[in-house]
Design a protein around this ligand. Structure first.
Ligand code: ADP
Ligand code: MG
Ligand code: ZN
Length: 499
């Protein structure tokens, strides 16, 4: 009996646990068994491997062939194991030297002709392979993404034959050289494209500075989508760690990762018909949902009341914790989901309430029903609520464009630096205890807040949100103590609590 052992990786959330691929060849009637893959995928894996070997003019051994993928209880997408299985068969049957197998990890799906197809999650796998000190042999098409892990040793290959030539020391695979494109700073659409809307822009700046979630209410065509799309450009550049983490999540998602996306703050805008799996993640091989794809960036929910209430409810936990745990049957996965929520809605069903006199015929009852589609607890968790009225056409040529995004971003970075020095996190993430110690307003500010609370009938939660936002407004102004002016502005951003 001969045996070959190779290393590969499965995907479990952001983690890529090691999988050992053992190939046994023994006497007896010819057979080909794969243990450790989901039943449904075994046949396809066998067919691909067999065809690829035969088409590459290797001999498919006419003996008892057993492939064991261990451990058995990991989620495994079968395609990625084609390459190590094929190499294991060649090594066990003496068609390929086995002495170098230990130095590498292998992953790649084989086409019937022996070409290597890209794999999902190459970035996450490279991360972990690096820690084990092995070089990673993977499909050429996945190499750019994997190369974002700087110190990783990546050997990309186009075909099974190229890998064989390398292992047989006939022709070495060339290490992948990372492209400079990854270092470039992305550009975003500019906030100065939006005319007027000074108040909304101010709110966007505060939200960006403190990491606060934001809800815009306004009639169709008032520029809500335009404003939202410009929000990522107000956020500070991504750190190396943030960029890698985000890239790894994209690479695990169904859409995959594109190099042009690297260092670009994500902007995800799922349609209101999105399911909760699409939004928070899931599936039998758990994949990140929109909230994780938006990690370190923006999740834009347009037409917020049109989302299913049950779907919106699933956002509450992640909004607080910045993570999402997905369990599906026996499989557990956790993904980061620290996104900034930007939401938009019309003021009523027709959209024109209070904006074009006479145009809206919604009854107060209908307006109430429309708004109550969004659950109170979710609204409560959105720090900043603003109105975005339409800029009349005749004003569009007259109003100012305000600061360009880069100027605002510089202020946002300064404000964030203050927060980091003071409390090592953004204001939006302060706990109630921390709010008490870091956001306490001066005497006038406290009095103003008390009045506002009793006059508007605000909840305790709203009270703390106001203080956090007031803290951010003071930070943007570069002021140490939260004063009445900061509190007053923050109270204005609780529009919904008042209706
Ligand atoms: N303040 C503005 N400055 C420049 N263009 C605007 C402004 N408001 C609206 N527009 C124009 O109107 C279009 C619709 O805006 P949009 O952001 O889609 O509105 P909403 O999402 O509120 O329905 C935009 O594509 C833009 O051309
Ligand atoms: Mg819109
Ligand atoms: Zn209406």
């Amino acid at each position: 009996m001969s045996l070959a052992v190779l290393h590969s990786r499965a995907l479990a959330g952001m983690d890529a646990p090691e999988v050992t691929v053992e190939v046994h060849l023994s006497g007896g009637l010819p057979s080909f068994t794969i243990v450790g893959l989901p039943e449904a995928e075994v046949k396809e894996a066998r067919d691909r491997v067999r065809a690829a070997l035969i088409n590459a003019r290797f001999e498919f051994p006419a003996r008892r062939l057993t492939v064991n993928l261990a451990p058995a209880d990991l989620p495994k997408e079968s395609g990625r194991f084609d390459l190590p299985i094929a190499l294991g068969i060649l090594a066990a049957s003496g068609q390929l030297p086995a002495d170098r197998l230990e130095e590498y990890e292998f992953a790649g799906e084989l086409s019937l002709t022996g070409d290597l197809r890209p794999i999902r999650g190459a970035l996450a796998m490279t991360y972990t392979a690096l820690r084990c000190g092995r070089a990673f042999v993977l499909p050429r098409a996945s190499a750019a993404e994997a190369s974002l892990v700087r110190e990783a040793r990546i050997l990309p290959a186009r075909t099974l034959l190229e890998v064989c030539a390398h292992l047989a020391r006939r022709e070495n695979l060339q290490p992948y050289i990372a492209q400079a494109a990854a270092a470039a700073q992305p550009d975003y659409p500019d906030l100065a494209d939006v005319k007027g809307q000074a108040q909304a822009k101010r709110a966007l700046e505060i939200a960006a500075a403190g990491g606060h979630s934001l809800l815009m209410t306004g009639p169709p065509g008032s520029g809500k989508s335009m404003l939202a799309a410009r929000f990522p450009g107000l956020l500070p550049p991504m750190s190396d760690t943030e960029a890698l983490e985000s890239a790894a999540l994209q690479s695990l998602g169904s859409g995959g990762f594109r190099l042009e996306q690297f260092r670009r703050r994500p902007f995800r805008a799922p349609h209101h018909s999105a399911s909760s799996v699409a939004l928070v993640g899931g599936g039998s091989d758990p994949r990140p949902g929109e909230i994780s794809l938006a990690h370190r960036g923006v999740l834009f929910l347009d037409e917020l009341p049109e989302f299913e209430r049950r779907v919106l409810e699933t956002l509450r936990g992640p909004l607080e914790s910045g993570r999402v745990a997905i369990s599906r049957a026996a499989r557990q996965a956790e993904f980061p989901a620290r996104f900034q929520l930007v939401a938009a809605m019309n003021p009523c069903m027709c959209g024109y309430l209070g904006h074009y006199s006479g145009r809206c015929h919604c009854t107060p009852d209908q307006v109430l029903r429309y708004r109550s589609k969004i659950s109170g607890p979710l609204l409560d968790r959105i720090d900043i609520h603003i109105e975005v009225p339409a800029v009349p056409a005749e004003d569009l040529s007259r109003v100012s464009n305000g600061d360009v995004s880069s100027v605002i971003r510089a202020r946002v970075e300064q404000a964030r630096a203050k927060m980091i020095t003071r409390q090592a996190k953004e204001n939006a993430r302060l706990t109630t205890r921390e709010i008490d110690s870091h956001c306490a307003p001066d005497g006038k500010g406290a009095t103003l807040l008390m009045h506002a609370i009793s006059r508007l009938g605000l909840s305790a939660r709203a009270y703390h949100r106001i203080l956090k936002v007031a803290r951010t407004i003071a930070d943007v102004a570069g002021v140490e103590r939260v004063s009445a002016a900061h509190v007053a502005e923050a109270v204005q951003y609780r529009r919904f609590d008042r209706t």
